[in-house]
Each structure stands twice: as structure tokens, then as C-alpha cells.
Write a protein that binds this ligand. Sequence first.
Ligand code: ADP
Ligand code: CDP
Length: 672
Amino acid sequence: MFKIPFLDLPPLRSAGGTVRLPGSKSISNRVLLLAGLSEGTTHVHDLLDSDDTAVMLASLKELGCDLRTDTDGVLHVTGIGAQLRTADTKLFLGNAGTAMRPLTAALALLVATQGGQFELSGVPRMHERPIGDLVDALRGLGCQIECTGQEGYPPLKLTGPSALQLDQPVRVRGDVSSQFLTALLLALPLVAQDRPVVIEVVGELISRPYVFITLALLARFGIEVQQEGWQRFTIPAGSRYRSPGAVHVEGDASSASYFVALGAIAATGDPLRIEGVGHASLQGDVRFVEAAQAMGARVEQGPNWLEVRRGAWPLHGIDLDCNHIPDAAMTLAVMALYADSPTTLRNIASWRVKETDRIAAMATELQKLGAQVEEGPDWIRVHPLRDWQAASIHTYDDHRVAMCFSLTAFNGLVTPNAVSVRILDPQCVAKTFPDYFETLFEVVEAHAEDIPVITIDGPTASGKGTLADVAAHALGYVVLDSGSLYRACALAADREDIDLNDANAVAAIGANLNLSFKRGRVWLDEDDITDALRLEATGLMASQVAAHPAVRAALNQLQLNFRRLPGLVADGRDMGTAVFPDAALKVFLTASAATRAERRHKQLISKGISANIESLRQDLENRDARDKNRAASPLHPALDARMLDNSLQTIEESVELLLNWWAETRPFAAQR
Ligand SMILES: Nc1ncnc2c1ncn2[C@@H]1O[C@H](COP(=O)(O)OP(=O)(O)O)[C@@H](O)[C@H]1O
Ligand SMILES: Nc1ccn([C@@H]2O[C@H](COP(=O)(O)OP(=O)(O)O)[C@@H](O)[C@H]2O)c(=O)n1
């Protein structure tokens, strides 16, 4: 996950390959609640690992469920068998609507029948998301619920016991959110032992596919709800939650929408294969596929997979009632930018009460890119965009805003003047798809020259590696420590007893280096060479082999291969002058010889390697001289490098300066 303030996406050009989707959020949290209320143990496979499921799991634990994850990642949930184990608890539910609504209903009924007190709260945004219709329905049954902040919104205090009146149908509004009905359907079996319980929906039920998921999962847990259309539901007398044993959670169909769109926009060669959802999925959002097809996507599907390619290009504008795919429909608003005519998405009033007011958010952010957008209370119209502006996209703590705006990075497919897109707070995707951006980068390609590079060159122990690591971390970029390649090459040659003056023999070793980088360690073939690499003796050998043009040529491609999405910070001697001459920012980092000798001394001592400061200084001055005076790629600043002497700076000060310089090169600096 990119835990950084912003992630810059350079122009992306094509897509292809295979994506395995994380588990569905809707299914995961419903399954968890049902397993938590059931008797017996449920073995949950492919559960989504996200903020929202973490909230539900923490709540179940608090309520006394036994949770265990085995080495295969299967979660074993032993439920409370509808019996409260704790009577007075506060639950913090973050911004997880899929936890707040059903837990409110279940706990309100449990305290009404068994006594106790629960307080349910969340983040500030959760306290702005209405829950009044559910509270009213539960109060109508006899539950005691207090809205401790504003009436109709969390936080809530649930107290009991209290008498329940179950002989009349429970009435709930269905036209604002189907989550209220889902909450009641999931919870009312708790009180349907002696008599059937009837729920009547007031108003036209929206988002029916989500209710369909609820009914299907209830059936798996032993509760067969009788349904009369979408207005009346009866939970039969004698209903009891029973664990079905194993449950496999489907891939998240809403998450699939970004990759379906990606295929429609950019899979011009191989298709984009999406594993985890298909025509047999329970989730209504798989019908996003039909909308994408209407816009031009070519889709093949099996029971649990999809393969998507570009069909029509540009895409076609559509006019669609999105009631059946409320979450996935946001993706259409971004696809609309690549269309040949305006796209109108209707019947999306529920967008206004999600993680953020999604109609307003989409309109504002699309306009930042230059798009013409119109909106109404329950609709949005997006016009095709050809004259794009680089933009910094606010994500409103809304995972879907972040994910769907990543697709705007393909603007170079409809304009010659491709622009980069900045996604603010990219870690908000943790709500449903923590590794979304990593997954995206695995199946998309950019032109190498579009992938931004920062180079940091300079003499030994000036702090290049340190600065490169911290800066790369802050930007979410890949790091190349080019010195380690020269060091590894020298080490490999030395191990084979090759004369380090034999340029061709060392170059042959360099061309076939089998290096891998795993969890901060460096491996040469089967050997962990991390520690050997850092020895001063290895540095000296590296400087020796680095003087051979043939060795430099042999290692060149290896270094270019590090230019990967979303960007690169490369440190060495000739990163800005020879390997990445087109880098957007080149820094030449120096510090006095005395300072550098002192730093290297401290560094070695801290690693338990003994060293003498005078001889270190002598060695580094010799190495500087050799690096500066060699014929092949000598150490010198690039003409367009920015000079940074950090002798008197802390690491933090150097990093801040570099990031400020970087911000100046970015097209959206003003919007930050
Ligand atoms: N600006 C700085 N101020 C103080 N110490 C620094 C600074 N930059 C780096 N160092 C320290 O100097 C040592 C050498 O830095 P390193 O990044 O390994 O240098 P290089 O990659 O240029 O050889 C490290 O222990 C590092 O913590
Ligand atoms: N891009 C690079 C990086 C390193 N090198 C050589 O490899 C040696 C070791 O590099 P390094 O970056 O690991 O060295 P330190 O600066 O960390 O001591 C340097 O002294 C250079 O001679 C190079 O020639 N070109």
C-alpha cells in the first residue's frame, strides 16, 4: 500500500495481463456478521483484508467471537450463537457503513431481549451519514436507541431490555439506502424463534442487487427468507443462524469495474483477465460489464472470470439508469472522458450519502482535469475530454474516487499532450483494495520516457543512498542504488578469481549477473551478499571495475530496467550524466571529505565493522580521484544538475530541499 500523501501517475499507455481481485467487501462483512451470530465455526476463505473488514472483525472480537486465522489465510470464526457474551461495550466503527448498519440492528435486538448497553460511533464522516430510517424502524419495534449527537445520525447508544412488538410488520424506508433493509434482514432472525417476522419496505427499494446478496447469504446460514416482490419479506418462525461450514468469498465486483474499464480503454493487445468474478457472481455490480459493453468494451466471461479488450474507440457515450450498479457506476463517469459523446448517469441519489457526496466529488475533480460536467440531485452528465490539464485529485477519504481517477492517467490515448495525474491520499483505497495501485502497475505500461526519474550523483559517503531511499519512500518510487550493481559485479568477478583489470572478463560477469532484491536484502544467485556488498574493500573493487567502459556498458540495461512505475530515484556517479540523461531532476550531492569520512566511520562502526577514520578519508579521496579522472563516465555534475552540499545539513533538511525541488518540476505544484 502507498502510505504517502500523494501518488503521481505518469501518462499510461496500455494494459494487459491477469488481475486477481480481493474479496468482495459486501460479501465479506455480511459473512462475518452471520458467522459471528451463528452457532458453530465458519471457515471463511478469501476474505477481504481491508479497513472495513478490520472494523467488523474488531467488533466481533469485542462481542466474544473466537477468531483464528490459519497459515493458509483461512479465517475460522466461532460465533456467539445469538447469545450476548458482553453486556456493556463501546464499538468504534470507523467509516464502515457495512459494519455500522447491521451491527446497530443486531445489537439493538440483542440488548432488547437480553439486556445491556452498547455505544456505536465512527469517524466524523460516519456521524454525517444518515441512519435515522433504520433507527426509526428499530424504535418502532420497541428497541431503545438514543442518537447521542444529532438525531438520525451516529453515534448511537443502545440499551435494554425492552419489550418488542413483533406482531406488526416492521416498516423500513427503502428509497434512501438498501443497507437499512439489509441490516434488518440480517438481524431479525435473532427474534424470529417463536413467530415469523415480516418486513415491509416503504417507498421504492433502491440498490436491489445488494439485498439479493443479503438474501443469498442468509440462505447459506440457514435462513430462508420468503419474498413477495421487493416490498415484503418474511423471516419464518424458528429461524436460527447455522454455520454452513466453509464459505468462499467472491472477488469484489465493484473493484472489478476499474479493471473492466481499464481493459475497455487500454487493452489493445492481450486482454485484461480478471479473476474472482464472472457470470455466476452473486454481486449485482457484475452488471457493470453490460454498461462497459455498451460503451464499447469487448468482454468474454466464465463463471468466475472476465476477459476484457478494447472494442470501440473512442468509447461511446451512454445514458443509463444506474440504480442496479450504484458503486461501480462511478467508474463510468471516468470512462465518459474517453467517449465520443456525453454520458448521463441517472438514479444515483445514493451517491450523495456515501463515504462522501460522490456526485459533488466526481463533478469537482473531473472539472479539475478540464472536463465539462453537469449535475443534478440524482444525476451527473460528463462530456468527452480532449484538452486535458494535469490535476491533483482530492479523494475525500473515498476509496472509489481514488481508484476510478487512476484511469484518467490514460489521457494520452485521446490527446497528443498527455498529462500526469496526482492522486491525493492514495491509501484511502485500503477500505476495499489495499494493493490497488500495486496491482494496477503490474498490468499497465507507460513509455519509459514518461516515467519520472530523479538522479542523485556524487562522491562516496555524501549521503546519496540515504537521500535516495527517503525521497523514494516519500514519493512511492522505485530506488536504484547503482553502486550496488558495480559492487555486486566486482564481488562476483572476485569470487570467480577473475582479474579485475580484465575488462572483458568482468563485463561478461556483469552482463549475466543474477541479482535479486528481496525485503531489503540483495542476493547473488543463492547467496545473500547484503553485508559483503557494503564492505569498504568491495567499494574499492567496485571503483576499479567501474573504470572499464565494457563493464559500464554491460550494466547499463540492468540500470535502465529499474525505470518502472510510478517513478524512480537513482543514485550513483553517472545517473544524471549517462544513464538517465532525461531525468526531470538531477541532484549533485557533495559534502566535505572530512564530513564524509566521519559519516562513513560512524556508519561502519554502527554496523559493528571496525574502521579507522584517517585511512577511510584516504581511501575515499583516492576513490573520488579515480571516479573523477577515469575516462568512462567520470564523476561530474550534469550541466543541468542542482548542486547540494549537505555538510551542514541534517538528513531531513536535505530531503525537504530535494522534495521542494521536485515539486517545482511537477505540473500540479500550485494545486498541492
Ligand atoms: N545530510 C546528512 N547529514 C548527516 N549524515 C548523513 C547525511 N546524509 C547521509 N548521512 C549519513 O552518512 C552515511 C553515508 O550515507 P550514504 O547514504 O551511505 O552515502 P552514499 O550513498 O553517498 O555513499 C550514512 O550513515 C548516513 O546516515
Ligand atoms: N553509477 C555508478 C555507481 C557507482 N560507481 C562505482 O562504484 C563504486 C561504489 O559505488 P557506491 O555508490 O556503492 O559507493 P559509495 O558511494 O556508497 O561508497 C564507486 O566508487 C564508483 O566507482 C560508478 O562508477 N557509477
